[in-house]
Design a binder for this molecule. Structure first.
Ligand code: SF4
Ligand code: SF4
Length: 135
């Protein structure tokens, strides 16, 4: 069955960045957090609540539709698979994502896309991130 990342009880997040480190290190083979496909950040303002910037795994992903190079292929269950060789870094998918998740990798100049592998969830000490089965 297909799996998609979900977050719950973000108020328990302590911004330890373990999820970001795990993604950068294990998936992107880098020690730099700027390459992580999950980003923990504050909402800004006085309350400064923490949020996890993750791909929501849309079932009809608008990012895939916006790509003229077929670099984003819809995944079974939601989200997209990035075909890196096809990504030109044109940035057309960036405004297409309704939650503003998509960012450009500053080195490759292709986008950074979550693969919903769940490595980040494994390293979260508070079990805030979960890999959930979807139909
Ligand atoms: S990147 Fe954005 S538009 Fe594409 S599947 Fe994820 S949440 Fe949806
Ligand atoms: S699911 Fe994989 S790619 Fe996505 S944030 Fe977690 S570790 Fe990174």
């Amino acid at each position: 069955m297909a799996k998609v990342l979900k977050t719950q009880e973000m108020e328990r997040c302590i911004a330890c960045y373990s999820c970001m480190q795990a993604c950068a290190r294990e998936v992107k083979k880098s020690f730099s957090l700027q390459y992580a496909a999950i980003r923990i950040k504050t909402r800004g303002g006085l309350q400064s609540k923490l949020i996890a910037d993750i791909c929501r795994g849309c079932t009809n992903p608008p990012c895939a539709e916006s790509c003229s190079f077929q670099a984003l292929v819809p995944r079974k269950g939601g989200g997209v698979k990035l075909i890196e060789d096809k990504c030109t870094g044109c940035e057309k998918c960036i405004p297409a994502c309704p939650i503003g998740y998509i960012k450009l990798d500053p080195t490759s100049e292709k986008i950074i896309m979550c693969i919903h592998c769940g490595i980040c969830a494994k390293y979260c000490p508070h079990e805030i991130i979960k890999l959930k089965e979807v139909r």
